[in-house]
Design a protein around this ligand. Structure first.
Ligand code: OGA
Ligand code: FE
Length: 334
């Protein structure tokens, strides 16, 4: 890829020991886009006008002025990593004592003016911030107008063609340079529309489950990989060495299709300034059980088995031993 011409260079990427291919980059009118999306495979779509009004107008100053006076959800981290956690799972009904867990980030409500001030005054060593807030009715009317001018025809066509469910939300991400969203998967289809700055997205197919060692489903870090990409513990997670994925860097105007249940790691490029993204999250379509099952359907089945065992055993510590007893020497080698 000719990085010079496109506003970033490889020294701005964090270094990981990973085997990665390039995600195909296709113009939105290219019929091959369809082939990828039809098969639930990632593709970077260029040239669409999906979030054109935002691309043209959403500078940080404009967002500060027009995002509204209400509070926004901001995550605060003492390092560059913003690993998501489910607050509801910290005190889980299946583990009354609560999982032993220290949240890696702090969620705070912040006025946009305070957030932007911190963004402007940030220096190395300070806490990092990451605004992650669904676009809702509290945003100012100018932002609503821009939002209404998004290319809804473009997304509606995708939704219908691939039988996705309803649009659940559009999350606005405003990130400091260098912030990292560690590797996780979501249970929704995602059109990830880049507006300002550059983000590197590393994706892994659902069949890489074994190499990525997700936390158990009851854990606050459900859907997140337990492996720290920067210092992988190969003794605990030996199959991480076999992990194979694909990557791309998205810039303004690019739309990345992140298929449902695909793992993704997202990093705002270092020394690239703040970044702005809006995603489009859609529910998965109706599941027709055609055999052989697809890998993401198997992940969904595993989630259900885990949940069911927890429900009946009432103690997460009993799940592993039961599964071992059931499987070892019978369904796999001891
Ligand atoms: C997502 C996502 C993280 C980010 O859109 O599903 O994980 O940092 N985004 O943009
Ligand atoms: Fe995600």
């Amino acid at each position: 890829m000719c990085a010079e011409k496109i506003g970033w260079d490889s020294s701005q990427l964090r270094k990981y020991d990973l085997h990665l291919d390039e995600i195909p980059r296709l113009h939105y009118e290219d019929p091959k886009v369809d082939e990828f999306m039809q098969k639930n495979q990632p593709v970077l779509i260029t040239g669409s006008k999906l979030v054109k009004p935002a691309e043209e107008k959403w500078t940080l100053d404009y967002l500060e002025k027009n995002l509204g006076k209400s509070n926004h959800t901001v995550f605060v981290s003492r390092n560059h990593k913003f690993k998501y956690f489910d607050e509801k799972k910290i005190y889980n009904k299946n583990n009354l004592k609560g999982v032993e867990f220290t949240p890696p980030t702090k969620r705070v409500d912040m006025k946009i003016t305070d957030f932007m001030k911190k963004l402007r005054e940030w220096k190395r060593g300070d806490e990092r911030l990451y605004l992650q807030q669904p676009l809702n009715s509290t945003v100012g009317s100018t932002i609503v107008e821009d939002y209404l001018k998004f290319d809804w025809h473009f997304v509606a066509e995708k939704k219908n063609k691939y039988h996705w469910g309803e649009l659940t939300s559009n999350v606005l991400f405003i990130s400091m340079e260098g912030n990292v969203t560690p590797c996780h998967y979501d249970e929704q289809q995602n059109l990830f529309a880049q507006i300002l700055g550059y983000k590197r997205c590393i994706l892994f197919a659902p069949d890489q489950f074994e190499c990525l060692y997700p936390h158990p489903v009851y854990h606050p870090h459900d859907r997140q990989s337990m492996v720290d990409f920067e210092r992988p513990d190969y003794t605990k997670y030996p199959k991480f060495k076999n992990l194979k994925g694909c990557e791309t860097v998205v810039g303004p105007g690019d739309v990345l299709y992140i298929p449902i249940y695909w793992w993704h790691h997202v990093e705002s490029l270092m020394r690239g300034g703040p970044t702005v993204t809006v995603n489009f999250w859609y529910k998965g379509g109706p599941t027709n059980l055609e055999y052989p099952l697809q890998d993401h359907q198997k992940v969904s089945i595993m989630r259900n088995v885990e949940k069911m065992l927890l429900e009946v055993l009432q103690d997460p510590k009993e799940v592993g031993p039961l599964l071992r007893t059931m499987v070892l020497g019978r369904y796999c080698d001891p």
